[in-house]
Design a protein around this ligand. Sequence first.
Ligand code: SAH
Ligand code: TMP
Ligand code: ZN
Length: 407
Amino acid sequence: MSYRCRICQSPVLPFMSFGRMPIANAFLRSKAEFETEYFYELKPALCPVCKCFQIVEIPRPEQMFHDHYAYFASTSAVMSRHFAAMAEDLKKRYMTGPDCFVTEIGSNDGITLQNFARDKTRHLGIEPSANVAEAARAKGVQTLNAFFGVETAKQIVAEHGNADLFIATNTMHHIEDINAVAAGVDILLKPTGVMIQEDPYLGDMVEDCAYDQVYAEHMYIWSITALNNAFGRHGLEVFHVEHNDHHGGCMRYHLGRKGQRPSSPELAAALAKEQQLGLDRAETYVRFKQRCEESRDRLMSLIDGYKKQGKRVAGYGATAKSATVINWCGITPGHLDWIQDSTPAKQNTFAPGSHIPVVAPEHFRANPPDAAVLFAWNHFKEIDAKEVAWRKAGGKWIMPVRKVEVV
Ligand code: SAH
Ligand code: TMP
Ligand code: ZN
């Protein structure tokens, strides 16, 4: 099988395979669905030309984003506060003119735009998953139920005019046809308009061996270099970046039309760090593959250690990321009795691939395990504080990626 880069069409070669994978958010509602479960092979590659990190085989978008999409962004109080702060910052930086207009793709349940809707700023969310779009509308966030691309951009301009701001948080890694999005952004933005993108950063993933960032819905893991190459084809460039620790390390990229805004010292420093990490070099990913194998072996030996002593192990947070860990490491219902998750839509389902039951937090309280694999490791502080009673009684976290350890 030969593959081509989705951005620049150059031939690309996967540097490893994580094996047969289900769709990360495809929680199964009954055992009858086990028969027809969809699988693909999870194979990442680095484009040797535009340096975009991508997975080469992906399911059709309709199989991933639909009317029962399981991810409601506002579930996390920490992320709600994070995006509220982002909205205030962006208002000050880029929304100072009269009658400004802000657009957002992957606006989900309105986690970010609600902060603009509240003070009556002209806004529009573009969200293809009908159930989360409905949740946003219920909060007073104007939402178009559509996939973003050239046609959607033209429609928005015709109805609302050009935008001052275009936001995409944790969304640009979901969209196969980045050229269509970038062409859409070019149509949608005013000449002085700004695009903000924020998502898990390739530098953190490689540095920390956080391989669970890779799954079909995260078909790209972006770097500054790759984003500049991809959006540079459509007249845009990164002029500023800000790093934060959410989701295990995210980069916020500020893009404008080429030459429109001065590039910041933070951008220069972050680009130098990319060079130092070797994000654009094939050898970096040969080493990454070895580290993923070591990480898998260590996690399984920790879980097996508990099981051999007859201890009870469960999972905490049926995250999308957990699908990669569970299926790559071969974690089964024999290893974990169940996975607790606070999202109602995920409760009383079976985790994709492994078919480990997903249960409500009350189940965790009623049947405290000896150890819990913390798949939602990026929410460690919030969760550890919530489970203080269990911790005091001797409950242990098993950290599944990065530093794989018992804490
Ligand atoms: N912005 C939120 C939600 C991210 S989840 C946050 O940062 O937490 C990604 C969202 O992107 C999902 O709600 C999904 O339905 C949406 N999405 C996927 N493809 C899209 C497309 N082509 N255009 C717009 N939104 C898309
Ligand atoms: P995320 O890492 O993609 O944000 O997903 C976090 C998952 O963990 C989500 O399904 C909700 C779940 N979760 C809990 O079960 N309890 C919690 O306290 C938090 C913060 C998340
Ligand atoms: Zn390429």
